[in-house]
Write a protein that binds this ligand. Structure first.
Ligand SMILES: NC(=O)c1ccc[n+]([C@@H]2O[C@H](COP(=O)([O-])OP(=O)(O)OC[C@H]3O[C@@H](n4cnc5c(N)ncnc54)[C@H](O)[C@@H]3O)[C@@H](O)[C@H]2O)c1
Length: 322
């Protein structure tokens, strides 16, 4: 019987596969996520760790776990919280959960797009604040997305699912990505692949769907934000540090950008004080894939990875290179 550590609360139904395999489960029962010290203590002696994206998986954590650790299964599509080199050197398999969360996350991105361009966040706050209002043909006008081009940075699973939603609402689709969008989707969506700086300069909305890597950290920096069209919008459901958050606040404050819809933040859960004050910014607390169905599937997939590796089989969805 192996010892499997789950570092934070997960949907119980996702753990059925672990129970069926008969492994010892060490789960976190705290009201709040564990502190770093609690996390290090909790992983001690684990053969497998089911991690979440707020866990820094590095030498310190792997040392705390011990040499018997065989697999780290991240319950996320991204894995920027894991030191892959270190895991590789130690012979630890790293897995993620692609393929089960792209629809939910694209829903969040598209929800942010509508909320931002149609000012729904601001409007809801106005109603709740008890501000007097009446129907007027000039009251709280937003912008029609049907006339717009969406520029996707990253056109993998989530970027493509976002493109489908945008196409259904009459938008033009453009993207910049390390790997081209799959050709069937590209043809179906009439999506145009562009060099990044051309995408930035020609899109009405920039939506981020790339992983956080050294190359994509601040991919939307002050210079690129300044190169965006006057009155354009930014949507981010990727990772906060893909945008220079201070520079984004400045670009919004100056009126160069019309609005932003954000799910993720550079110093999460801290949010730039200026962004918190702006009516044209919609802020979500990292809800990208947060549906009961999707989070259960993500947990189930992480469990399937753990069970496979502990049985000496290949992981189901290893991170590339593992
Ligand atoms: N907000 C959330 O809760 C949430 C949920 C799921 C995923 N995410 C984030 O979304 C990211 C994308 O997820 P996915 O499942 O679509 O991944 P994916 O691997 O299917 O697609 C990633 C895309 O990014 C592109 N890319 C990689 N490096 C790039 C670069 N330097 N410049 C431009 N494009 C680049 C790739 O070519 C690919 O098109 C994840 O890595 C994760 O960080 C966030």
């Amino acid at each position: 019987m192996a010892k499997v550590c789950i570092t934070d609360a997960v949907p119980e139904a996702g753990l059925d596969g672990l129970r069926a395999a008969g492994h010892e489960i060490v789960s976190w029962a705290g009201e709040q996520p564990p502190t770093r010290a609690e996390l290090l203590n909790q992983v001690r002696g684990a053969d497998a760790v089911l991690s979440v994206l707020t866990d820094g998986v590095d030498d310190e954590l792997l040392d705390a776990a011990g040499r018997q650790l065989k697999v780290v299964a991240n319950i996320a599509a991204g894995f920027n919280n894991i030191d892959l080199e270190t895991c590789k050197r130690r012979g630890i398999v790293v897995t993620a959960t692609p393929g089960v969360l792209f629809e939910s996350t694209a829903d969040t991105a598209f929800g942010l797009l509508l909320m931002t361009t149609r000012r729904f966040g601001q409007a809801e706050r106005l109603v709740r604040a008890g501000t007097p209002w009446r129907y007027r043909t000039t009251f709280m006008l937003g912008r029609a997305i049907q006339s717009m081009t969406i520029g996707l940075i990253g056109a993998g699973q989530i970027g493509t699912a976002m493109a489908r939603r945008c196409k259904a609402f009459g938008m033009q689709i453009a993207y910049a990505a390390e790997h081209p969008m799959k050709s069937a989707a590209r043809d179906e969506l009439a999506a145009v692949g562009l060099p990044l700086d051309e995408l930035i300069a020609t899109s009405d909305v920039i939506s981020l769907h790339c992983p956080l890597t050294p190359e994509t950290r601040h991919i939307l920096n002050a210079e690129r934000l300044a190169a965006m069209k006057q009155g354009a919008y930014v949507i981010n459901t990727a990772r906060g540090a893909c945008i220079d958050e201070k520079a984004l606040a400045e670009a919004l404050k100056s009126g160069h950008l019309a609005g932003a819809g954000l799910d993720v933040y550079e110093h999460e859960p801290e949010i730039d004080a200026d962004l918190l004050e702006m009516e044209n910014v919609v802020l979500l607390p990292h809800l990208g894939s947060a549906t009961a169905e999707t989070r259960t599937k993500m947990t189930g997939l992480a469990v399937a990875n753990v069970v496979a590796v502990l049985e000496g089989k290949p992981a189901v969805t290893p991170v590339p290179g593992f």
